[in-house]
Design a protein. Structure first.
Length: 212
């Protein structure tokens, strides 16, 4: 592990990142509000099926309850999880998504709800279709996407995809010396990963190394 630039297993600097202290402060000063958020989230999770069962179960009901209100509840749950763990600034992201979903609900319920629900539903279908067609080689959407000016992108930050993300649907059975297996497990334990993953990484490095 001496060749690594970053020390593996190094604890956080307490003056810059005091996780336990922040969580302790949250529990001491903000516990009532966190509990309130939790109660509202739990109530919302039960409110959605109750309302949908008692509704007409039309497209409007599905969009408002099963999509938008569910998004509100999920984002509120995210706010609770982040706040409870001291990630106050990061909690603004799900709070913003919650606000946007609530604006959509208000917009649909204001008037002409059936037509607006249909508009919202079709818009999202078209958006998903657009991104799906952008992945199809030779499609007009893919060509238009690739024809954009990408000169501002920094391609040096891109990294090749790894086999580790592929589905593990094949198996290798081999016999190795006991000391080699012990050394592999020790290296994997030092990185806090399964030794089987460490072996896959070693195999991938061997395949992707420049040819001599």
């Amino acid at each position: 592990m001496r060749d690594l630039l970053i020390k593996v297993g190094e604890p956080a600097h307490p003056g810059l990142l005091d996780r336990d202290g922040v969580i302790s402060d949250i529990r001491e000063h903000f516990k009532p509000w966190c509990n309130l958020i939790q109660d509202v989230t739990n109530y919302g999770s039960n409110l959605i099926p109750r309302c949908f069962i008692s509704s007409e179960r039309q497209l409007k009901d599905a969009v408002i309850l099963a999509i938008l209100l569910r998004q509100v509840v999920a984002m509120l749950d995210g706010v609770d999880i982040l706040l409870s763990n001291g990630a106050c600034h990061v909690s603004q992201l799900p709070a913003r998504a919650l606000f946007e979903a609530s604006v959509c609900i208000d917009w649909i319920l204001q008037d002409d709800s059936e037509h607006k629900s249909l508009y919202y539903y079709v818009h999202n279908l078209r958006r998903m279709r657009l991104w799906a067609r952008r992945t199809q080689t030779g499609s007009p959407e893919a060509e238009a996407f690739l024809a954009q000016d990408l000169s501002d992108l920094d391609f040096s930050q891109f990294k090749p995809a790894q086999f580790e993300f592929e589905k593990k649907d094949a198996q290798i059975n081999m016999r190795v010396p006991r000391p080699l297996l012990a050394a592999l497990k020790a290296r994997a334990k030092a990185r806090d990963i399964p030794y089987t993953r460490f072996i896959r990484e070693a195999l991938e490095r061997a395949l992707t190394a420049p040819k001599s």
